[in-house]
Design a protein around this ligand. Structure first.
Ligand code: ZN
Length: 218
């Protein structure tokens, strides 16, 4: 069975030169920041096939966080792309995906953790850095702890659902320069782990940096 997809690619008119936020997140590093209501936020997969584990929160109420289950049920499809409305556990709209030049993003596969690495790949991976640790390290800066970590989005990660219902971590559909862009429906916090995983193809076996761009009035 092939994983052929029709990709509804949508580009953004926003120009990097006009961005008020422009940071590069090194391979395996993280980021936390605020996107004001109405602001646009872009993640650029600089080298291709890099999973970017991402969580969104209502900036005024961290318990009102992104809900993968509610988002999937309300949009009636498993993957995220342009037009996807990312909902919170209280069914509030956090952000809408407004541009996507990759075409498919996962929100079923979860984030890697040192514990799951050991189960999947063996005890020798116990020391390897993982997304859950990055979420906790950067989340601590804004009051996000283990209780606030819910199910995440894996931008640029390809986790096809097979006809029999099984999930696989497949080679990515992304490529250098592909990006995803969202518009905030309210003030949100974005928490990112630029995935350090070395044991499956989610990062093309070689984690690489990503660029974050933001457009809003200061
Ligand atoms: Zn990871």
């Amino acid at each position: 069975m092939t994983t052929a997809v029709s990709l509804p690619l949508v580009e953004s008119p926003l120009q990097p030169e006009a961005a008020v936020l422009d940071v590069t997140v090194a391979a395996g590093d993280g980021y936390v920041g605020r996107i004001p209501a109405g602001g646009s936020f872009r993640i650029v997969d600089l080298h291709g096939n890099q999973a970017v584990d991402t969580l969104f929160y209502d900036a005024e109420n961290l318990a009102n966080r992104y809900s993968a289950m509610d988002t999937i049920r309300e949009q009636g499809r498993a993957y995220l792309t342009t037009g996807s409305r990312l909902l919170s556990v209280d069914l509030d709209l956090l952000v809408t995906i407004t541009a996507d030049t990759c075409g498919r993003h996962d929100t079923l596969g979860g984030a890697c953790a040192q514990e799951s690495n050991v189960v999947r790949y063996g005890m020798h991976t116990r020391h390897q850095h993982a997304c859950r640790e990055t979420f906790l390290r950067y989340g601590a800066r804004v009051g996000i702890g283990a209780r606030e970590l819910g199910h995440n989005i894996n931008f640029f990660m390809n986790v096809p659902l097979s006809p029999d219902g099984s999930l696989t971590f497949a080679d990515g559909l992304s490529a250098p320069g592909k990006y995803i862009e969202v518009r905030a429906a309210r003030d949100v916090l974005v928490l990112i782990s630029n995935c350090p995983q070395l044991n499956n193809p989610c990062n093309g076996w070689d984690p690489t940096p990503v660029r974050l761009l933001g457009w809003w009035s200061r």
